[in-house]
Write a protein that binds this ligand. Structure first.
Ligand SMILES: CC(C)(COP(=O)(O)OP(=O)(O)OC[C@H]1O[C@@H](n2cnc3c(N)ncnc32)[C@H](O)[C@@H]1OP(=O)(O)O)[C@@H](O)C(=O)NCCC(=O)NCCS
Length: 184
């Protein structure tokens, strides 16, 4: 992806040197859907950064003032679905939530995916207990299109049985974005 600048943020590909910032929040992912991304140590974070640096759909969110990576976004990678559809998602270091950074970053990514990359439809899966992510989807103008009951499991109970989660799908079309969203 190209480097994108917003009022307070720089969105750019991951690069060497990002491992400590990535480890700061992926050593303990807060969302169940990202538990599998948990990093054991800095060496694992370096490997993860190398992988992300090769992934066109992986975006580092950096603070403009300090350059610190405060979270990440995904969307528009090369292995995405046909028909101009791509899934999108976000993961902020919890130290930086509640400041509007996720909305500022996701809005810029959506604009890039729709206007520069020509995607037709963006969608996000959000667990029914993840109210901050649902709120973000709604602020971005996404529509809640479905609630899939016991759709997926990320964790197991004490007996080792999968705990299934209820998952919402949110989506927005390019024509809706272009007609409704102010340019970031
Ligand atoms: C989901 C997630 C990205 C949301 O992050 P967030 O910081 O709460 O989201 P926003 O950027 O929308 O900011 C939220 C609040 O910052 C507030 N804020 C504070 N200062 C602000 C500013 N200068 N500008 C704009 N908003 C500001 C806003 O009022 C906003 O609250 P509101 O939604 O009630 O209006 C974050 O909680 C996260 O990473 N969670 C863990 C990973 C996860 O769950 N990912 C999604 C899996 S489906």
């Amino acid at each position: 992806m190209r480097i994108i600048e917003t009022e307070r943020l720089i969105l750019r590909p991951f690069r060497k040197g990002d491992a400590a910032d990535l480890f700061a929040y992926l050593n303990a992912p807060t969302a169940t859907c990202f538990l599998e991304l948990k990093l054991a140590d800095l060496a694992a974070a370096e490997t993860e950064v190398e992988k992300r640096a090769r992934d066109a759909g992986s975006v580092a969110i950096c603070l403009k003032q300090t350059g610190q990576v405060i979270g990440d976004l995904f969307g528009g990678g090369e292995d995405e679905e046909d028909d101009g559809t791509t899934s999108v998602g976000w993961n902020l270091n919890p130290r930086f939530s509640g400041k509007g950074y996720a909305f500022e970053a996701a809005r810029a990514l959506f604009d890039h995916l729709f206007r520069d990359m020509g995607f037709r439809r963006l969608y996000a899966y959000v667990e029914d207990h993840n109210t901050s992510s649902q709120r973000l989807c709604e602020k971005l103008g996404m529509r809640r299109e479905g609630l899939f009951i016991e759709f997926i499991s990320f964790t197991r109970d004490a007996a080792g049985d999968p705990i299934y989660e209820n998952t919402m799908q949110y989506a927005i079309l390019r024509r809706e974005w272009i007609s409704a969203a102010p340019k970031p």
